[in-house]
Design a binder for this molecule. Structure first.
Ligand code: UDP
Ligand code: MG
Length: 310
């Protein structure tokens, strides 16, 4: 079994693959220990698959896992964890935003005895103002409403000890937020600072839609706060209602004509109707996730993958 496994999820990254492979190889050769590179193709349509196969033919440390279709980044990483065999497993993006050289720093912390070593983004080149601002707000929000504390400014670029990978591989939830899950499991954790670079080639595979999905998986996967919020808002609205009722009675008895009129009624109906529908939607998010779990489908389907030997 190799000492290290590197996992890269790949979705249409053809122009990044040659450089990615070369830099990973150079870095891993410097460790002087054995390693493997699990390249998970997440339904690419740009020829990435053929390139991965060619690399695997030339270098048998490259182990391709090819999905039958696009399942999403978190699921691709999950498959990488399933097929990894190393004592320490490193998850890295395929677009070279996470410089492979940082792996050596992660390994060093692992050798000091840490079991989860996450890479913390010091600076981020070439990312939009919008992405940075939403990411910052999102991490702080998660921190606040969940019981686990996910370190700020971390992504999935991290090293996991085999012990941690074994536990994660038993957590088969459909909607996955791996950077939360790898904190939730506990163990000895630490961070290493690094400079996040610009994408080497191509463009982001994370449009707003996927970012919103990841955010909602993070929230619903680790917190029932949105469900409880309905109760707090309900108490608040009921309290205001009672207050309004009493005020109206007093005003009427005093002969005032204040608070008459349809406009007020209309506004209140729309407002409360809106609040109720929003919380119905929140309920729907959780029920939808129960439904997905109940179906018990596999997390992903592979077209081709290495044998998992014991
Ligand atoms: N990715 C994937 N499946 C997807 C979307 C992305 O495997 O459906 C991979 C992508 O190829 C890259 C990594 O996930 O290696 C991170 O994606 P990206 O760089 O587009 O995200 P960003 O860095 O912009 O947040
Ligand atoms: Mg990227």
């Amino acid at each position: 079994m190799p000492t290290y496994t590197i996992i890269a999820p790949i979705y249409n990254e053809i122009d990044n693959l040659p450089v990615l492979y070369r830099r990973i190889r150079e870095v891993m050769e410097r460790t002087g220990e054995s390693w493997e590179f699990v390249m998970v193709d997440d339904g690419s349509t740009d020829g990435s698959v053929d390139h991965i196969r060619q690399l695997a033919e030339k270098d048998d440390r490259v182990r391709p896992v090819i999905f039958a279709r696009n399942f999403g980044h978190q699921i691709a990483v999950t498959a990488g964890l399933d097929y990894s065999r190393g004592e320490a497993v490193v998850i890295i993006d395929a677009d070279l935003q996470d410089p492979p050289e940082v792996i050596l720093d992660l390994i060093q912390k692992w050798k000091e005895g840490y079991e989860v070593v996450y890479a913390v983004r010091e600076t981020r080149e070439g990312e939009s103002w919008f992405k940075l601002a939403t990411a910052a707000a999102f991490y702080r929000f998660i921190q606040r409403i969940t019981e686990i504390s996910i370190p700020l400014d971390t992504g999935d670029f991290r090293l996991l000890d085999r012990k941690v990978v074994s536990v994660l591989n038993q957590m088969r939830e459909q909607h996955r937020f791996l950077r939360g899950m790898s904190v939730w499991v506990g163990f000895k954790q630490t961070g290493v600072a690094y400079e996040r670079e610009e994408r080497h080639a191509g463009e982001t595979k994370y449009p707003l839609r996927k970012m919103v999905k990841l955010a909602s998986d993070a929230v619903t996967g680790f917190s029932i706060f949105p469900l409880q919020l309905a109760m707090y808002v309900g108490f608040g609205a009921t309290g205001l209602g009672i207050l309004a009722l009493l005020t109206t009675i007093v005003l009427r008895l005093a002969g005032s004509r204040a608070l008459y009129g349809q406009a007020l009624t209309l506004i209140l109906i729309l407002f409360l109707g809106g609040v109720q529908l929003i919380f119905l939607g929140v309920l729907g998010e959780y029920i939808g996730r129960i439904y997905d779990e109940a179906k018990g489908r596999p997390l992903y389907i592979v077209r081709e993958a290495p044998q998992i030997e014991e």
